[in-house]
Write a protein that binds this ligand. Sequence first.
Ligand code: AMP
Length: 218
Amino acid sequence: MNIIIFGPPGAGKGTQSSFLVEKRKMYQLSTGDLLRAELKSKSKLSEKLKQIMDKGQLVSDDIINDLIEKKISEPSVKNNIIFDGFPRNIDQAKSLDSMLSKYDQVISLVLNLKVDNSILVKRISGRVSCSICKKPFNEYFDPPVDPSECINERCKNRDLTKRSDDNESTVSNRLSIYQETTLPLLKFYEIKGVVKNVDAMKSIKEVTDQINSELCDL
Ligand code: AMP
């Protein structure tokens, strides 16, 4: 089964996807993660990508579709993919449909994580993670524990890392792009009858439970 985890930046798409990876052994295809991996390569393309991403704008569909097709075509992940951060506009959604049908696959479920805009800025701008184990924290809602209290011995020498696009000015741009370009494509999936709404204002555990019950109902 292929799933799209849909919602604004800060809705918890990455967090919930990581549980599906752990518990259901699904493959998380996060376009944001693929792009951040490309940034580390310091290629010519990476300089261009960094400028776009630091402004909170969308990377071109050609680059994104190329990254996606490389993964969809891999037999090891066939019909077991969570699309996280993709599609983000109607053209990407249509390209996804054609790529999936080329490899004999479909989208079975779109989980729409709903969160009020008022808390998204704090959820994103407070986001930090351990440089060693990558555990996420939030400076406002879930402050990082002191490294000396960390259960993981390896993390004692950690730094806290922050994504360069998780700052307040970029966040407001990312949220406007979501409202104007990404949110309207829910209609595209509603017509197909595959959308389930999830109240992502609730605790992480409650959201996970709701997602699991939606998956069991399929
Ligand atoms: P994310 O990790 O999903 O928040 O994505 C971080 C940034 O990567 C976004 O603000 C965009 O600049 C870029 N990006 C990620 N996914 C896409 C996509 N599907 N289409 C265009 N740009 C994307």
